[in-house]
Design a protein around this ligand. Sequence first.
Ligand code: PMP
Length: 304
Amino acid sequence: MHNFLPIAYFRNQFVPFAEANVSIATHALHYGTGAFGGMRGLPDPQNPGQILLFRLDRHSQRLSQSARFMHYDLPPDKIQQVIIDFVKKNSPTTSFYIRPFVYTSDLGISPRLHSVEKDFFVYGLELGDYLSPEGVSCRISSWHRQEDRSLPLRGKISGAYITSSLAKTEAVESGFDEAILLNSQGKVSEASGMNIFIVRNGKLITPGFDQDILEGITRDSVITVARSLGIEVIERPVDKSELFIADEVFLSGTAARVTPVRRVENYEYSPQRPVTDQLRDKLTAITENRDPEFRDWVFAIPLN
Ligand code: PMP
């Protein structure tokens, strides 16, 4: 069970988390017609009177885009303001995760996006490591990542997470920590809730936007940081067999941050991961506001 932050935003107001509840007849519960975001924050290690949120502007922009797929007009500025107020009301004292969510809140049946009421809520929970920072074992999933012609993969659509859930459980029930999904072309796409990178001969390679991936904000951050460090980054299709022979493999995501992969199926990687370590350390410094080069990625919210 998680430790939820005490105050939620629900039906246009701030209420105790325990009172932010929906009916069993809620439309989105039946049809997966929701879209969400996920961002991380932490108390500023240098200044305990303020909270740091990582790339609030990009997260707000992506949620606004996801909301459009739900036929809901939610401007990024509105999201940003609610999140700032949400953080101030909760005054978190540990590392936390914010889950903003847009969904069809009508009570009624019939899958559709038009002529149904929508709502926007926000809640949060304390969150340390989502995956082991020591590294994870991955299985190649028997479930494939969906295709953009079936649903909008550039949005974080709640219904799409049935595939992630099937893949994750299949992986865990067969003795692995995490799942890697291939796309319908049989190329490497991403993990259940993270993007994937491989390192070969000092170069960073990751599947591009044409590989049915989510437009991960951590992925974007990793690419930008790697280039700033002089590491060559190539976005292109990755074969399963290339994954097996890579020098290093890691996953990137808001919850998972940069998580090394120890093994995919029976292929083990060296515990020496110079590129992964360098990128992870730099990203940690950025999120803790210790890196002047990327200070504009960190949004500081004073608590008083
Ligand atoms: N892929 C999927 C399917 C995800 O759910 C996530 C988590 N949001 C990611 C990738 C990573 O995206 P981000 O770095 O923006 O958290």
